[in-house]
Design a protein around this ligand. Structure first.
Ligand code: SF4
Length: 308
């Protein structure tokens, strides 16, 4: 079967998604490279020539199966590079018009993220935070008929990206949720699969960051129960996640990221200001009273001795 042509282009980005892809597990990366012809990638293609490649794609000499965009877009943007004497946003719009699939790689390309915080003209491809539309407009569809596939995260997990590309290569593109994210990776919450679930349910707070005991929701602002991601289902580097290493999830796969005071839980009259979806105030008060009263002793102790 013919390989898919993939072009990876960068807008306003720190390059974190490129770095993340370079950390993919070797067997997965090798499978990816067997299925994909990387026309240009900032870290993986050997003889990249962005100008020549873009020219060939826009002339129709090279088929563009997947356009992967990393970074937010500044409309009529000053300060970004030009390609074929066109501004970055102009060339990007043309490339999106000829690509079979467009993938927003990471939260900046999807929703704007940090680069969009201060400037209204900086956008994600089809969103600007909670607003639909973004750079391409709400009605945009790539040649395949799909909207932009939003692979969110700051950065996105390399396996979510590679698996999405492999699904496209197998002729079964992903089903998307209402925010353009593949349901397979963004139906679950970060909370699902977290090893601290018992602490959450019995309302045992983590007392310090970096330890194995306690839930990080009650004091350290963990957004695991409100954030759709597979971080605790498909582990990072195959072994860990933020919450497993004792850090709160700060919601980087959601379209309202980034938020302020990310290591702090806000309270109104002793109740967390934001409760997980579907949890009523009354239910929370009742359950937390019961849970605190009957917490098993073992959840109050250290899991490992200091010197383990
Ligand atoms: S640390 Fe976060 S993800 Fe883990 S159980 Fe607590 S709230 Fe859920």
């Amino acid at each position: 079967m013919e390989k898919l042509n993939l072009l990876w282009i960068q807008g306003l980005t720190c390059g974190g998604n490129t770095q993340s892809l370079l950390c993919a597990e070797e067997t997965l990366l090798n499978t990816f490279l067997k299925k994909v012809n990387l026309l240009v990638h900032p870290g993986l293609s050997l003889d990249e020539d962005l100008e020549k490649t873009v020219e060939a794609v826009l002339k129709g000499d090279v088929r563009l199966d997947i356009l992967a965009v990393e970074g937010a877009v500044r409309e009529r943007g000053k300060g970004l590079y030009t390609v074929l004497d066109m501004r970055f946003d102009e060339v990007l719009r043309k490339l999106c018009g000829v690509a079979n699939y467009v993938i927003a790689v990471g939260n900046c390309a999807a929703y704007g993220n940090i680069p969009a915080l201060k400037e209204g003209s900086v956008k994600g491809l089809q969103f600007r935070f909670t607003e639909r539309g973004g750079f391409l407009g709400d009605g945009f569809r790539s040649k395949s008929g799909l909207p932009v596939i939003n692979l969110t995260g700051c950065p996105v997990h390399p396996e979510w990206f590679i698996s999405t590309v492999l699904q496209i290569a197998s002729g079964r593109p992903p089903k998307l949720d209402s925010l353009g994210r593949p349901k397979e990776f963004y139906t679950y919450f970060t909370h699902d699969g977290c090893l601290r679930n018992q602490y959450y349910e019995w309302r045992v707070e983590a007392e310090v960051l970096g330890r194995k005991e306690g839930c990080l929701f009650y004091r350290f602002g963990c957004r695991g129960p409100m954030t759709r991601s597979s971080c605790n289902r498909i582990l990072w580097n195959g072994v860990s996640s933020k919450t497993r290493s004792g850090q709160p999830c700060f919601g980087c796969t959601e379209f309202d990221f980034p938020r302020e005071n990310i290591w702090e839980t806000k309270y109104n009259m002793g109740i967390p200001a934001e409760l997980p979806p579907g949890v009523s105030l009354r239910g929370y008060i009742m359950m937390s009273g019961v849970a605190k009263t009957f917490t098993p002793d073992r959840l109050r102790r250290r899991l490992l001795d200091e010197d383990d």
